[in-house]
Design a protein. Structure first.
Length: 95
């Protein structure tokens, strides 16, 4: 598969990568939590929802990056438009 087709294949409707997994996190949540800024950028460029909250706690990918001290991922998410004031189910922000 060419690199230009990969992003759309990752996030197209029905793709497992675009759907929430355990605790309701998406692939973007996982990439942010695991410290993979390249994957974060690729998923966002493929139209992954940058501010989607997980089902279990409402954490956004930015909140996951902050939770796991993944500064490089947090920077990518912010540079690409993540809302710093998004709130989780308890009203907390990434700050």
């Amino acid at each position: 598969m060419s690199s230009t087709l990969l992003p759309s294949a990752i996030t197209k409707r029905g793709s497992k990568a675009a759907q929430p997994r355990c605790r309701g996190d998406t692939a973007l949540h996982g990439a942010a939590a695991k410290g993979n800024p390249g994957a974060c950028r690729l998923l966002i460029q493929a139209d992954a929802d940058i501010d989607i909250g997980s089902n279990s706690d409402g954490f956004t990918p930015l909140m996951r990056a902050c939770e796991y001290d993944e500064l490089a991922c947090a920077e990518v998410l912010l540079d690409m438009g993540a809302k710093i004031n998004a709130v989780d189910h308890k009203g907390h922000t990434a700050l």
